[in-house]
Design a protein around this ligand. Structure first.
Ligand code: KIV
Length: 270
């Protein structure tokens, strides 16, 4: 996969993107034939235990992007620019985005609408492919006053449409549409020539993205209404750990099969 192939998928084949934050997950995503792996700044709430994405740093993101690259060296990897890594100056943004490419990302994603058009152009001119992200942009949650569905007012609909067109004009290769009413997401998708990838934005986007922990059911407390639990890994992992605990307590593990004696042959692999 590359930027040009992805752009050509619009109108022909739905794009599938998933977040991943570590090497083993990236390998599974690659083996499943996922088109794009997003190392999202949702790393903050899903892996690092933060309340939201605001505290996530460049250093944390770089460690996880590099891990994902090691797990799936041939995958198409998009790195999320974390809060304040691109908002303060173009120079800082280019420098930070460049760091992601140096550790193996193929592109970066930035949250924000038309006001980031010039920045997108500078990044693209510097050789850094950019995926846009409009609608509910979690880094701006404090300005939005909560996680609210976007595109409900005429003013907001017009802003989203203008933003999508501006990002396209400035060279973005795709745009994430997050939590936008379906009708407006459809209108945006039809009004730009680059692919839109929806999350909570209905049926008519050019692709869909879900967050690893939501789609695999790793969080027992909360699944957003727009997501779908394709597995309940919380239950699977819980049961495995309970079984392990019980077997150790009862002396059932390890058995001879898992033990080494001076007559054992071979190495440690099974
Ligand atoms: O960080 C993330 O996981 C994202 C997706 C919700 C698109 O930006």
């Amino acid at each position: 996969m590359n930027v040009e192939k992805l752009k050509k998928m619009k109108g022909k084949e739905k794009i599938v993107m998933v977040t991943a934050y570590d090497a083993p997950s990236a390998r599974i995503a690659r083996d499943a034939g996922i088109d794009v792996i997003l190392v999202g700044d949702s790393l903050g709430n899903n892996v690092l235990g933060y309340e939201n994405t605001i505290p996530v740093t460049m250093e944390e993101m770089l460690i996880h992007v590099a891990a994902v690259k090691r797990g799936a060296p041939d995958a198409f990897i998009v790195a999320d620019m974390p809060f304040l890594s691109y908002q303060t100056s173009v120079e800082k943004a280019v420098e930070n985005a460049g760091k992601f490419l140096k550790v193996g990302a193929n592109a970066v994603k930035i949250e924000g609408g038309e006001e980031f058009g010039e920045l997108v152009q500078k990044l693209v001119e510097s050789g850094i492919p950019v995926m846009g992200h409009i609608g509910l942009t979690p880094q701006f949650v404090n300005r939005f006053g909560g996680y609210r569905v976007q595109g409900k007012t005429e003013k907001n609909r017009e802003y989203l449409l203008r933003s999508a067109k501006e990002l396209e004009k400035r060279g973005a290769f795709a745009i994430v549409l997050e939590l936008i009413v379906e009708e407006v997401a459809k209108e945006i998708t039809e009004s730009v020539s680059i692919p839109t990838i929806g999350i909570g934005s209905g049926r008519f986007c050019d692709g869909q993205v879900l967050v690893w922990h939501d789609l695999l059911g790793l969080n027992p407390d909360f699944v957003p209404r727009f997501s779908k639990k394709y597995a309940n890994l919380y239950e699977v992992i819980l049961k495995a750990l309970q079984d392990f605990r019980r077997e150790v307590k009862e002396g059932l593990f390890p058995t001879e099969e898992h033990s080494f004696t001076d007559k054992s042959k071979g190495g440690v692999s099974s």
